[in-house]
Design a protein. Structure first.
Length: 490
């Protein structure tokens, strides 16, 4: 079937035509016929975003333009290869997403505490959760929740790859969080399930959306937003976003919630703060909204060169007279872990300092973590998980430090890429040619004498001292320990 670009008589704007100034219609029509540029957000927990952007421009031929409202984000206007086919993507050095999707997390103002308690209410697939972890330095605690069980593995994988140690994943209906944990979180993000009407003809969602479906979605969005506001502390912040331009799911939802909550919440002008001129609608299709709704941000595709998007920032001024409801207590996976015995922890700390120059006790204190063990795997996780959320079932949590083998302890790849700046010994740098073979999962034959003994797990870096894997010293060189699913195809 032909697309709208080859069918000039098709009205690709449909009902949205009446919502924008007439003189902008040609620009909008042209914009939605072209897919928005891919964008990437580099991971400041692992790399310097500006430095790696310059490097990729020079060495990979990427053409990058900074995203105006996100210091770690860049639009990728051209590249010799898809960004997902480079090893750095698979190791969590950057995340691929539309630039508009970076707006919700950037809408938060700096919180009153340097260690905020954060809730991502409908978090899958995980892009905004990784952004939350990065923006707030992976301190405090991030609860990434999604109500759909089938999406939990992908969400957990995204946070693990990103290296978010102060995070945990839950599978709970979002409507319940406000009832179970009223007045708890400093920051709450609700990127709500929606109709995905972003207007781009090349998007994933092309079927016609009926009015009844928009109504059903809006009813749930209101329930979720009320839950998010309930879960937020007085003085805290809530961000509401969708990837649709349907006013029924955007301004109308805000208007309904403002009417229900009175002066307990306040919409702020985040667009002005971020340098974005994209005011929300105050009326649409015969419905009139509160004038405050204009403080929201409606990103028409032609104005910023992104997909259609909607976002609003709210401050919770007063309590909503919340009272915690009884919740069903589930032991969950966390009950299967045991605290690592003191003598084992001491031995592990000694091994890491001797082998890698890595100060584990200092890091545990800095990030307020403790070590737990399940079978042979050791995890570092937030001390707040059990103290602040007893009985809540977690599907995943923290970051795997490594595994006990028959003869020693083997540090994990996700730990090494996340905290490589604190690892000073047993690093081995590869030249670009050998690094290319390494990225495809090949071993490294080494003729020079290595400092480590046979069996030592080395930290493998590229010429820019960026970790690209771990490898074990053998009689033939260095055995590549990259998991098969991460290695590039030859």
């Amino acid at each position: 079937m032909s697309d709208c670009k080859s069918l000039p008589n098709v009205d690709i704007l449909g009902r949205y035509r009446e919502l924008i100034p007439e003189d902008e219609i040609p620009a909008l029509e042209d914009s939605v016929r072209r897919p928005p540029p891919t964008a990437v957000r580099f991971n400041p927990l692992k790399v310097d975003p500006r430095r790696i952007a310059e490097e990729f421009t020079q060495t990979r031929g990427w053409q990058l333009q900074p995203v105006s409202f996100c210091q770690d984000g860049f639009s990728l206007t051209a590249s010799p290869e898809p960004p997902g086919r480079v090893l750095e993507s698979r190791l969590g050095y950057f995340y691929i997403q539309d630039a508009a999707s970076m707006l919700p997390v950037e809408s938060f103002e700096p919180p009153d505490t340097g260690k905020p308690l954060i809730l991502d209410l409908t978090a899958a697939p995980g892009g905004k959760s990784t952004h939350l972890a990065a923006r707030f330095g992976d301190h405090g605690l991030l609860i990434a929740n999604d109500g759909t069980a089938s999406r939990i593995p992908g969400l957990s994988s995204a946070l693990k790859t990103w290296g978010a140690v102060n995070s945990a994943v839950t599978n709970v209906a979002g409507e319940k969080f406000g009832q179970w944990y009223p007045g708890t979180f400093d920051l709450v993000l609700l990127d709500a399930p929606c109709s995905m009407e972003n207007l781009h003809t090349g998007g994933r969602h092309k079927r016609e959306i009926k009015a009844a479906e928009r109504h059903r979605l809006a009813v749930r969005q209101i329930q979720l937003l009320l839950s998010a506001i309930q879960a937020c502390k007085p003085g805290g912040q809530v961000v509401y976003s969708t990837c649709t331009l349907a006013p029924e799911e955007d301004e109308a939802v805000l208007d309904a919630v403002l009417r229900q909550t009175g002066n307990s919440i306040r919409l702020t002008d985040a667009g002005t703060r971020l340098g974005i001129r994209a005011p929300g609608l105050t009326a649409a299709f015969g419905q009139v909204f509160s004038p405050d709704v204009a403080k929201s941000m409606r990103l028409w595709p032609h104005r910023l060169g992104t997909s259609g998007f909607f976002c609003a920032h709210l401050r919770k001024e007063f309590s909503l007279e919340e009272k915690a409801s009884t919740r069903i207590s589930h032991p969950g996976m966390i009950s299967r872990l045991e605290i690592l015995p003191r003598k084992d922890q001491t031995a592990l700390c000694d091994q890491l300092i001797n082998t890698y120059g890595f100060d584990l006790p200092g890091l545990l204190e800095e990030y307020e973590l403790h070590l737990k063990i399940f079978r042979r795997s050791v995890y570092a996780l937030s001390r707040r998980l059990e103290s602040d959320f007893p009985g809540l079932a977690f599907n995943s949590y923290g970051l795997r430090l490594g595994d006990y083998t028959e003869s020693s302890f083997e540090i994990s790849l996700e730990w090494v890429t996340r905290f490589s700046g604190k690892i000073h010994l047993n690093r081995y740098s590869l030249n670009p040619e050998i690094a290319g073979h390494w990225a495809r999962g090949e071993d490294v034959p080494v003729e020079t004498i290595l400092t480590g003994s046979r069996g030592t797990v080395m930290i493998i870096t590229d010429r820019n001292d960026r970790v690209i894997g771990t490898g074990r010293i053998s009689g033939r060189g260095i055995k590549n320990l990259l998991p098969r699913h991460l290695a590039l195809k030859s």
